[in-house]
Structures are given as structure tokens and as C-alpha cells.
Design a protein. Structure first.
Length: 340
């Protein structure tokens, strides 16, 4: 099967498995796992921050960041399609006691003026805004990249209002490769950043919270509270470290294959190829001859797995387990279905 459902389906390479097997480990709850500690130092340095904390999942990393910035009973602003309010089963409210208010979903096309107008100061019967969250790249926004000038404007307005700024950077590696913005430049704009090692980079598990040393000290307590304290976690950290060394630059290959998929499907009116900049290809089937369920079933029959997000929407995601031959086969199968 050519699996284009997500970049989370990747399997460890032979080199990554060797790194896992050779990992030096200790008890990470005691802070004694040398491989985890080295990974945390490496990622913190990459983003120009003081410290970092390894977590088992991206959702946990995001929720730790939100709790660092928003005390219980305060408010987070984000867009209506943000991962933190769409795919994290209301954790901000259920675990952090955080109220969320959203601006209309617009993917990577964030309007700082809209965000600024939503900020509420503390006052009688009002929930005070304490932080803003953005997503880079934007998952439901088709892998779109928020432009650096927009992020800088958001940083200016949040700083002026005394608010925290969080980046859900699960796929920020893709933004770095697509736009050439240094990771440290991104890091300087945010109070907290969560980055994922198990999507495009291909590690089997793990994310990292990046922030100040004081925040990371608090983050370790929050991680433990949510059941994220791990023991010999170096076997996972070794995979993440290997991925950063060997799989970061090759994300450009995934971008090229995604764009080739988009170009092939564009004549059928299901995607705007010019908007595909990273490894996600959003599919709009409203004007197609097939709906989501029919496309999924027919593609599976042809040996291609696609992700269906709604009755008339879906996506394709390229990753290191899909090579040029796999992309070619996917184009053959999908164009054949759409041409019926």
C-alpha cells in the first residue's frame, strides 16, 4: 500500500533502528537519561532557547505549553481549525481549565489586526486573554506556512498586550525548509514552541517543548501530572536525534512530491497546486464526480490510502516512506478515479 493518509505512518529506517539499539539510557524521571538530555539540549539550541523537555506526544507538548502561558480560568486565542482545539479532545479545558476563543479558520492566512481586536483585558465578569497560539505549518490549512512578517507582527502585538505567544510547531521543520527561515529566528518569536519528531522526521514517537529554563522546570511537573514521565526514554530520544541529523534536509523531497501530486490532480478541480508548499495536499471534492467515501474506497482498491476529512474533503500527505515510484503510482490511481 502507498499510504498517503499522514506523515505519522512512517516506520523507523534501518539506521534509526540501529541508533535506538545503541542508545545509552538512564531514568529520565530522575533526569538521568543521557540521550534524552542531549536531545533536549540540541533542540533548545536549534531554536535559540534556554531549555527543552522531551514528551511522548505532540498533544501533551502543546497542552504543557498552554498551561505554562494560561492559568486556569484564563483565555487562549487561536484559529477555529487549530490542532489545539480540533484534535486534542478539549484538553485545554478539561486538564488546564483554559477557556478558548477562536477567530475564523483561515489556515496560514492569519490577520494580526483580527487577533488584536479579540484581546480582552481583565475586568468585571470578563475572561482575561493570556496567550495566543498559532500553528506552523498549519495542518487543516493544507500545510500552509505563516509568513515571517505576520509572525513578527503577532509577536509585537502580544508583547505590547502582555500576552504569551505559543507556536504549535509540529511541522515547523517543513516551514523552515520551505521558506529558509532559520529555526532560531522562529524560536525568538515565541514564548513556547512544541515540535514533533514523529511526523515528517520519521521518529516512532516523541515531541519537544522549547522555552525558558524556568518554564521548562515547571513543564517537567506538568508532564508528570499528565502521566508523561518516562524512564529509559533514551530509546525514543535516540530516534529523534537520528531524525534531526538525517531526515531534516530531505523534507524538500517530500515537498517536491506533494507538489507533483497537486499538479497532476489540479486539472480535475480538486486542488490548487500553487497553494501546496509543503508535504500536505488538501483535496476539495465539492465539484468532483466522486465524494470522499467513494474516493477512499476506490483508492484503497488501487493500493493507495488517502485521508478523508469530511464528505467532500480529504488530503494526501507525503513522507519518507513514499518515494518517486510511490508518488507516480498514486498519481496513476487517483487521476484514474477522478477521470471516471
Amino acid at each position: 500500500m502507498i499510504d498517503l493518509r499522514s506523515d505519522t505512518v512512517t516506520r523507523p529506517t534501518a539506521g534509526m533502528r540501529a541508533a535506538i539499539a545503541a542508545a545509552e539510557v538512564g531514568d529520565d524521571v530522575y533526569g538521568e537519561d543521557p540521550t534524552v538530555n542531549a536531545l533536549q539540549r540540541r533542540v533548545a539550541a536549534m531554536f535559540g532557547h534556554e531549555a527543552a523537555l522531551f514528551t511522548p506526544t505532540g498533544s501533551m507538548a502543546n497542552q504543557i505549553c498552554l498551561q505554562l502561558l494560561c492559568p486556569p480560568g484564563s483565555e487562549l486565542l487561536c484559529d477555529a481549525d487549530a490542532h489545539v482545539v480540533t484534535y486534542e479532545v478539549a484538553a485545554a479545558a478539561a486538564i488546564g481549565g483554559i477557556s478558548t476563543r477562536t477567530w475564523p479558520a483561515c489556515g496560514a492566512e492569519v490577520d494580526p489586526a483580527t487577533v488584536a481586536a479579540m484581546v480582552r483585558p481583565a475586568g468585571y465578569n470578563a475572561v482575561a486573554t493570556r496567550a495566543v497560539a498559532v500553528e506552523q505549518t498549519h495542518n487543516r490549512g493544507g500545510g500552509g506556512v505563516i509568513a515571517l512578517p505576520v509572525l513578527r507582527e503577532l509577536r509585537e502585538l502580544t508583547a505590547a498586550a502582555g500576552l504569551g505567544l505559543h507556536c504549535d510547531g509540529a511541522r515547523i521543520w517543513h516551514a523552515h525548509v520551505a521558506d529558509g527561515v532559520p529555526l532560531a529566528t522562529y524560536g525568538a518569536l515565541f514564548d513556547t514552541v512544541s515540535v514533533c519528531l514523529s511526523k515528517g522526521l520519521g521518529a516512532p514517537a516523541g515531541s519537544v517543548v522549547v522555552s525558558s529554563a524556568a518554564n521548562i522546570e515547571r513543564a517537567a511537573v506538568l508532564r508528570k501530572r499528565m502521566g508523561g514521565g518516562m524512564r529509559q526514554a533514551g530509546v525514543l530520544a535516540a530516534a529523534g536525534d537520528y531524525a534531526l541529523t538525517h531526515h531534516l534536509d530531505r523534507l524538500a523531497d517530500d515537498h517536491a512530491r506533494a507538489y507533483r501530486l497537486a499538479q497532476a490532480l489540479a486539472p480535475y478541480g480538486v486542488v490548487d497546486a500553487d497553494r501546496v508548499r509543503t508535504n500536505l495536499v488538501p483535496l476539495d471534492l465539492m465539484k468532483s464526480t466522486v465524494d470522499g467515501a467513494a474516493l477512499s474506497a476506490a483508492a484503497r482498491e488501487g493500493g493507495v490510502l488517502v485521508s478523508i476529512l469530511g464528505p467532500h474533503s480529504g488530503r494526501l500527505v507525503t513522507h519518507h516512506d513514499v518515494d518517486d515510484a510511490g508518488a507516480d503510482r498514486a498519481i496513476e490511481v487517483l487521476t484514474g478515479i477522478l477521470a471516471r
